[in-house]
Design a binder for this molecule. Sequence first.
Ligand code: HEM
Length: 253
Amino acid sequence: MITTIYALAFYFATILLIVGLAYRIYEYATVPAPLNIATTPAPTTVPGVWLRMFREVALFESLFKSNKWTWIFGYMFHVGLALVLIRHLRYFLDPRYVPDLLWTGLELVQPIGKYAGFAMIAGLVGLALRRILVNRVRYISSPSDHLMLLLLIVIGISGMVMQYIDRTDIISLKNFFMSLAYFNLFDWQPLPDSLPLMVHLTLILILMIIFPFSKLLHAPGVFFSPTRNQVDNPREKRRMVAWTRAIESGSGK
Ligand code: HEM
């Protein structure tokens, strides 16, 4: 029964996550950006913009310039999360279909990923304390800002409980996700019976469902930010969008 509920819930949450994210990305990509508003100093060439975007995503450059404490905790959390998620891939991949080199890479990440959980949680706790202790940040924080951090912290803690205190049967867990991936409908492999696993999975389902409606959309959103993705060339090249072209040609009057 529990297995069926979780199986159906994971299908539902996956569809919502994929469709919701695709819709949001479509929205971001089609919002008009009629003006050149690159935050200067900005690159004056397209490769320069790629490099700026890379620095933004890989190093959180603009956050680093604005606030070192937020940068340290934010960076710890995101790098920890990335390593933890790479480590998790082994639950969802069938080694028969993964190139050997990639699988070896995944195996190498396992021991690092195990400790990355600590960095992830420490970063999240730092970010949560900032929202509670810094007056001007507390003033502009909404309940969802706090709850999002809490959700991620409890996901992390339940994961660490499984890792260090109350181990769960990873083989059965993998069989369960493989039976979902191969669409063995209503013949899913049973989920292992484990309280921390139930907590972990339930909160992950919540995370997947709220993702397309939440502030976590900054992950795809950063790539669509005009202040970051525009080239600083308004003197060399006039910025034309559909409606300015229509007015120029006389058809938009
Ligand atoms: C359906 C998706 C997921 C499944 C099936 C899953 C399952 C697990 C399991 C079984 C462990 C224990 C690892 C072990 O004993 O070796 C674990 C650990 C952990 N999980 Fe997840 N998890 C999922 C998604 C996530 C997500 C989205 C996050 C973060 C937002 C996360 C954060 C963690 C952390 C921090 C640990 C402890 C460190 C580690 O062992 O890597 N998990 N997870």
